[in-house]
Design a protein around this ligand. Structure first.
Ligand code: SAM
Ligand code: SF4
Length: 599
């Protein structure tokens, strides 16, 4: 476990040990050792106190887990966590859930059962924020009927909107940025003790030196438990924090802080632990994951080097990494992918636009020619590679001609899939400051649909050759259809209404999971949790029999190939987590349908 504390000196802080930690640009920062509990109340300037409701905006460190536990003794909340956003957020929710379990709280899978609801939020697009504010409105009605309820807003929106959240929703008790999630158990205790609303944030990007801002994004990687993963055999591992690219449209560098690579030794240790725990597939996460570089030792360790080391870990069957930045797609990384059989031949490398002038306004730092050249290198080295991309349509000033160049790129590149977003202006970004959001909504929608149609046709053509083939899949569990039909399988109730004309339309709707859709966090209902949760009594024998019958019930299951293709087939729930061969008997643009063949 590794966490970081701020280096801001406060009078009572002495003798905090330090370890080397390096930032993405190769610079090194001293990081206080985590073994010494440390807690401070301070901000970038003087401590900020909101006059209207006396909420202290604290910027503090992750405390020692033992102390967290002690601090929460006697406080046991029934917590429901709802996640909006990307895989980073899904991972953050998993880690918060694990920390809460460790601190003695109970996790439940619906608001109905909960006395504490935490929304882990996204601020990449306005639509995601709107969904959270409407969910908060619904929660207020529930809290009016259940006054002891605690409502928390975690993640990117918390860091972006800060005390504005309490102004807009004064019934919110907890606001915690993505760099302070380790504080959640302790803050819950304080709220229960009557301390009033709590806000815990990292420094703003301009709130101090690069090192001090980086320090304020505390790296929160507590011990993990399979209980809080949607599929126990699949785990995400963060290898980088934050981003320094500052693409003009993007809020991420502001809300997730400076780019920093985690020490390789720590990542290897975490993956080893996950493998020991039965994990088969690891997805390494970073906003620009292929720029990973641990420069703390004599020789820098880049992503390719890390893959070689992780490949040696026994038990791990699949390694993937997202999201790649086109400029950092080095030949040594492609060679590692080609030569390491456990590394999935799958690359998500967002292009964002097919027009050089748009890319320039976006400050992406590459040309379409360079992107096409990168695609050619990928396909030359790894002919079976599946490449996916993100596109933003209707970016400031995008002409029809510029949009057509994006369509051309999608046609030529034949992406396995594209995630297509209508531009959403984000206050605090350069684009919001410099350009006008001048493309009418109707034009954005039309371009979105046009690009989607082109991509969908490619998806269908590319899936056809799979007919009659046998593919190897990792079974993830019941499909969405099965979960609806048999809700026992663990479909959590969602607080967040799915938008009708979804703002972000991906070519492959099934693959939207974990990107912007509300994500049901827990595989099992609280009453069915494994006995790793000390708070859960052992199930009675009749419950065991019921659980076994449930596991053997044949439902529609879903799994993924190494190229990230979705495969649907019928089988008992007990197959979840297995790697199996499936013969494909039908295809559509988004899904391969098949049956398990004897292995
Ligand atoms: N780091 C990744 C990269 O560079 O491609 C992307 C991370 S971002 C959370 C995921 C996607 O959201 C981006 O690739 C982009 O297409 C989209 N996105 C980001 N800001 C947006 C905005 N203001 N409006 C619409 N889409 C946006
Ligand atoms: Fe946002 Fe660009 Fe960083 Fe991706 S690389 S997170 S799009 S700023």
């Amino acid at each position: 476990m590794f966490s970081r504390r701020k280096t801001r000196v406060i009078p009572f802080q002495t003798a905090i040990g330090a370890r080397d930690y390096h930032a993405g640009d190769g610079c090194r920062a001293k990081v206080p050792d985590q073994s010494i509990p440390y807690f401070a109340i301070f901000s970038s300037g003087t401590p900020r106190v909101m006059q209207d409701n006396l909420v202290q905006i604290r910027r503090a460190s992750h405390t020692h887990p033992v102390l967290d536990k002690a601090a929460t003794s006697g406080v046991r909340r029934r917590v429901y966590i709802q996640t909006v956003g990307c895989q980073m957020n899904v991972l953050d929710s998993e880690l918060v859930a694990g920390d809460l379990l460790q601190a003695g709280h109970e996790l439940v899978d619906s608001v109905r059962q909960a006395d504490t609801v935490l929304l882990n939020t996204c601020s990449v697009r306005q639509h995601a924020e709107d969904k959270v504010y409407s969910a908060l409105g619904r929660l207020k009605e529930i809290k009016d009927r259940r006054p002891g309820m605690i409502i928390g807003v975690l993640g990117c929106m918390a860091q972006k909107d800060q005390h504005q959240i309490l102004k807009r929703a004064p019934y919110v008790d907890l606001v915690v940025g993505p760099g302070q999630l380790g504080q959640v158990p302790m803050l819950l205790t304080q709220i229960v003790a009557g301390a009033g609303p709590q806000i815990e944030l990292s420094l703003d990007r301009t709130g101090g030196s690069r090192a001090s801002v980086a320090e304020s994004f505390v790296h929160f990687e507590p011990h993990r438990t399979a209980q809080t993963r949607a599929v126990a055999q699949q785990a995400m591992v963060r290898i980088m924090f934050g981003c320094d690219k500052f693409c003009t449209y993007c809020i991420v560098p502001r809300v997730r802080g400076p780019e920093q690579s985690r020490p390789a030794a720590e990542i290897i240790e975490e993956v080893q632990r996950l493998a020991d725990d039965g994990c088969l597939e690891i997805t390494l996460l970073g906003q620009t994951v292929n720029s990973y570089c641990d420069a703390s030792g004599p020789t820098p360790i880049r992503l390719a080097d890390l893959l070689y080391r992780l490949h040696d870990i026994e038990g791990i069957r699949r390694l993937r990494f997202v999201t790649n930045y086109p400029k950092h797609m080095t030949d040594d990384l492609l060679t590692a992918m080609r030569d390491l059989p456990k590394v999935s031949p799958y690359l998500h490398v967002p292009a964002q636009s097919g027009s050089n002038s748009v890319l320039q306004r976006m400050k992406r730092g590459y040309t379409v020619e360079a992107y096409r050249e990168m695609l050619a290198r990928i396909h030359a080295k790894i002919p079976q590679a599946a490449v996916t991309s993100d596109f933003i349509v209707g970016f400031c000033g995008e002409t029809e001609d510029e949009f057509q160049q994006t369509v051309d790129l999608v046609r030529d590149a034949r992406f396995k899939n594209s995630f297509i977003f209508k531009y959403s202006t984000r206050p605090g970004t350069k684009a919001a400051e410099l350009f006008s959001d001048d493309i009418p909504e109707s034009v954005k929608r039309r371009r979105n649909n046009d690009l989607l149609a082109v991509q969908n046709a490619i998806c269908l053509e590319d899936n056809q050759p799979f007919f009659g083939r046998t593919v190897e899949i990792l079974v993830e569990g019941p499909s969405k259809v099965a979960k609806k039909r048999h809700p026992k399988g663990g479909s959590a109730s969602s607080l967040l209404k799915k938008g009708t004309g979804s703002e972000r339309i991906a070519a492959n709707a099934a693959e939207n999971r974990g990107r912007e859709a509300p994500v049901p966090l827990f595989q099992q209902a609280a009453g069915n949790a494994p006995d790793t949760n000390p708070a859960t009594p052992p199930p009675c024998p009749s419950a065991n029999a019921e659980a076994t019958a449930d596991q053997e019930e044949v439902v529609q299951l879903v799994g993924r190939t190494t190229c990230d293709r979705i495969v649907v087939f019928d089988g008992p729930r007990s197959l979840a987590g297995r790697i199996l061969p499936v013969m494909i008997e039908k295809v559509d643009a988004f899904t391969l349908f098949g049956r398990v063949v004897a292995d």
